[in-house]
Design a protein around this ligand. Structure first.
Ligand SMILES: [Zn+2]
Length: 460
């Protein structure tokens, strides 16, 4: 089995309806000089990120069809019969006609399919899937870019930015899958929502205001899903607790003294009064953890609303040198069940999300060929269509990288995927080469019964 075949098989396994969903994208207004099938164009757009080309114009070079099998392979993938390939401007033109929404819908369908097929269930925490909330810089400009830019004035210059708030589903094998997006940008209607909050005096849009818009979308898109929100100390406030309650979500939020001073002090007092709430744990990589917790802490937010939750503190000691030890303290508030049996799992799956979101999520999207911070175009709305295509492609890549077929393929060579490819950038390059120079086989689309394998995700 070659890499391209393994990739296509993975897609067909997890999203057998994907081409139908793409085919249902409304595009009635799209009439370019040569008519391209929308399925081909959407795959063409996804290829920009799947093959990690880094910039739109690279489509014209890296996926040039002369002396390669690219056109035949993309036709097979999209079930189309294009005789020529589009240029990158065709993609741009097409996205301008479809607008942003179809790609948000496509991502929702893909995440829903993964949830329904129970592919992510190994990551559940007290029956919930953990959804990490985090914002990042998306684009920065030296000049005013559009009406909605966030503005930051420095002594010598001003920067214009677009940020984005993401709800990222934490899957097994450290997967971080984008499931809801709220663009943080200055709009009149955004301000109206934010102005109701006593504690918010800033005129500009911000993470917490964006969260008020994101939560209804998240719930509308995933109405039945048991959700546990996970976020850093910024989110440990009345607004998040209220939103969690309104949208029937559990929560695990980082607890910092500075964010909830009075509650923190009460927490410290109560910890001494319940010495039985203590557990020592040694992690797989040898760190010593001491967990302590308090149940039913009370907190009144700045709008006078009363809240009750549990709080956990974890002191983690690692060996830093031969005689040197380093201790780090972590703490969270949560409404999940906390006891000797559950505290490690709550902290590990619900609380320690940050590393994964930062690395697999934003760092990877910024520092690889996915190129998050590159403006794939200048139009404020179109930028979002590219953003969603990137999130979809990254989801496909993560499912492929963590899935059985890649391990299977590497095992055929007597190696692990890491030994075989050496890194994700190499994997993307090899996948691109496979699509260029190896014709996809029929087996990739319809594997013979004796070759069907059970899919699982690499949790190492
Ligand atoms: Zn702008």
């Amino acid at each position: 089995m070659n890499l391209g075949n393994a990739f296509v098989r993975t897609i067909r396994h997890f999203w057998p309806e994907l081409n139908d969903w793409i085919g249902a994208i409304p595009d009635s207004r799209f009439q370019p000089y040569v008519v391209y099938d929308k399925r081909f164009l959407v795959w063409w757009g996804l290829a920009l990120y799947i093959f990690q080309l880094g910039a739109r114009r690279q489509l014209d070079f890296e996926l040039d069809c002369r002396d390669s099998d690219i056109l035949a392979n993309l036709n097979r993938l999209a079930k189309t019969k294009q005789e020529t390939r589009p240029v990158n401007k065709t993609l741009h033109h097409f996205l301008g006609h479809t607008g942003v929404n179809p790609y948000a819908s496509l991502r929702r369908q893909m995440v829903q399919r993964l949830i329904r097929s129970k592919a992510l269930d190994a990551a559940r925490l007290q029956k919930c899937l953990v959804v990490a909330l985090d914002a990042t810089g998306h684009l920065t400009f030296a000049q005013k870019h559009c009406e909605h830019c966030l503005v930051q004035r420095h002594a010598t210059h001003t920067t214009y930015m677009h940020h984005v708030l993401e709800a990222k589903l934490l899957g097994p094998a450290n997967m971080v899958l984008s499931m809801a997006t709220e663009f943080i940008e200055n709009r009149d209607d955004n301000d109206a929502l934010g102005a109701t909050l006593a504690n918010e005096t800033r005129k500009q849009d911000c993470e917490l205001k964006a969260l008020s818009r994101l939560m209804p979308t998240l719930r509308a898109d995933f109405p039945q899903l048991r959700v546990c929100l996970s976020g850093d100390a910024l989110y440990a406030c009345g607004r998040t607790l209220q939103l969690a309650q309104e949208h029937d979500c559990r929560f695990v939020l980082v607890f910092k003294e500075g964010r909830m001073k009075a509650v923190w002090q009460e927490f410290q007092t109560l910890l001494n009064l319940c010495p039985q709430n203590r557990l020592e744990h040694r992690t797989a990589d040898g760190a010593r953890q001491v967990y302590r917790w308090v149940l039913d802490l009370t907190y009144q937010d700045d709008e006078g609303r009363p809240w009750t939750f549990n709080a956990i503190i974890c002191e983690e000691t690692i060996r830093a040198g031969t005689d040197d030890e380093q201790t780090t303290t972590f703490a969270w508030i949560t409404d999940l069940h906390v006891s000797k049996n559950t505290v490690v799992e709550v902290a590990t799956k619900g609380g320690r999300h940050r590393w994964h979101v930062e690395n697999q999520g934003f760092n990877r999207q910024k520092n690889s060929g996915l190129n998050l911070e590159h403006a794939y175009c200048t139009d404020a709305e179109m930028i979002k269509a590219y953003y969603y295509l990137m999130q979809i492609a990254h989801m496909i890549l993560q499912i492929f990288e963590a899935g059985s077929l890649l391990r299977h393929l590497a095992a055929e060579c007597g190696r692990t995927p890491w030994q075989l490819f050496g890194g994700l950038a190499n994997l993307a390059r090899r996948l691109r080469e496979s699509f260029r120079y190896r014709v996809l086989s029929d087996d990739a689309f319809d594997p013979p019964p004796n070759e069907r394998i059970r899919y699982s995700f690499d949790s190492s």
